[in-house]
Ligand binder design. Structure first.
Ligand code: 13P
Ligand code: SF4
Length: 347
């Protein structure tokens, strides 16, 4: 088991009765995990479920979390938009965000009176690390009057300098809404250059881009995509953080939740998911008839979250996410503008 900041995590005791109690979960998880792993996870899953009941906590997990977290202990799962909405609507006073730091910050900003914990404060993101608040101020000075839309994969400080946030699920709609509201044919779009390419293609709005990239998705190539199609006769689904030439090979480009909706509609016999590897594991349980060709690119930041450190953070109530009040207030305005666009769409 991985060590924690307070020394090695101690695995809860094995109880043979657990196998019977969690037989249903075992049937879901065993095919998704490397052999022999299930019995190692089971005592942690049981201990975390007990502890979260005692603490009145809600565990929210991103779609890129490992199956034992996603299926084993999460109360809410989804893409970054779904998690932001869930945080805004959440009734519990304690949220554990099994995801990366910007997701936990968004939860804290949208639920300021709640305690938000992240199991590992070092779980970052190459996109969030690519840009600072000073960079945004410099861009604004260079493009006066042009609205700024920031991907949620940014720090609270960057969100605070932005007019609106977006996720990969609503980037097109948010950019269109901001261009209309500001009466501008141009939008500053940060920091993901490849998501920017996807948005520009679907809106026709001129975008000022930043050169941020996701270190996981930028590794995919058009050649790999073609190989998956030709060798495995697979349909191709790509995340918009992939390079443009990969997006162009795909049958569908969308956020992690949109990928699930596409599978629901299309029911392909075989699909290659060009995104983080855990995503295929988590969808495999939902679509047992679909054969998944999965890549092996794992996000090193998402992988920092483990059952032992979820247990440790719940037990010690540690790694609280704190956002200074003035930054939180401005970042909330940008996030709420994003959520308002979504509400409009769903009405
Ligand atoms: P989603 O917006 O699809 O959840 O993606 C977030 C992310 O970090 C993808 O790499
Ligand atoms: Fe960031 Fe990429 Fe990891 Fe998503 S997959 S959290 S964008 S580094």
């Amino acid at each position: 088991m991985s060590p924690t900041a307070h020394g090695p995590a101690r695995r809860p005791r094995w109880d043979p009765e657990l196998e019977t109690r969690y037989a249903g979960l075992g049937a879901t998880l065993e095919p998704l995990l490397p052999c022999l792993e299930w019995p190692l996870h089971l005592p942690w899953i049981d201990a975390i479920r007990t502890l979260k009941r005692e603490r009145g906590a809600v565990i929210m997990a991103h779609s890129y979390q490992s199956p034992e977290i996603f299926h084993g202990v999460a109360d809410v799962t989804g893409d970054s938009l779904a998690l932001a909405r869930a945080a805004a609507d959440c009734e519990a006073d304690l949220i554990v965000l099994a995801g990366v730091h910007f997701m936990a910050e968004s939860a804290k900003i949208l639920a300021p009176h709640k305690t938000v914990l992240i199991p590992d404060l070092e779980a970052g993101c190459s996109l969030a690390a690519s840009i600072t608040a000073a960079d945004v101020r410099a861009l604004r000075a260079r493009h006066p009057g042009v609205p700024v839309v920031s991907y949620v994969n940014t720090s609270a400080e960057v969100k605070a300098e932005s007019d609106a946030c977006c996720t990969s699920a609503n980037a097109v709609q948010v950019v269109e809404a901001m261009a209309a509201e500001f009466g501008s044919g141009t939008v500053i779009f940060l920091p993901d250059r490849f998501l920017g390419h996807h948005v520009a293609r679907h809106t026709g709005i001129g975008l000022v881009l930043w050169d941020g990239r996701c270190e996981v998705h930028e590794q995919f190539t058009a050649q790999q995509a073609r190989h998956a199609r030709e060798r495995f006769d697979a349909r191709l689904v790509a995340h918009p953080e992939c390079p443009p030439e990969v997006q162009e090979e795909a049958d569908f480009v969308g956020s992690t939740t949109a990928m699930g909706a596409w599978l629901e509609r299309e029911k392909p016999a075989r699909v290659a998911l060009i995104t983080e590897c855990s995503m295929a594991d988590n969808l495999r349980a939902r679509f047992p008839r679909v054969e998944f060709i999965k890549p092996c690119n794992l996000c090193p930041h998402m992988q920092r979250i483990t059952l032992p450190n979820i247990h440790a953070c719940l037990q010690a109530l540690r790694h609280e996410v704190v956002v200074p009040a003035d930054i939180a207030a401005r970042a909330r305005t940008a996030l709420e503008r994003m959520l308002a666009v979504g509400r409009h769409d769903r009405a």
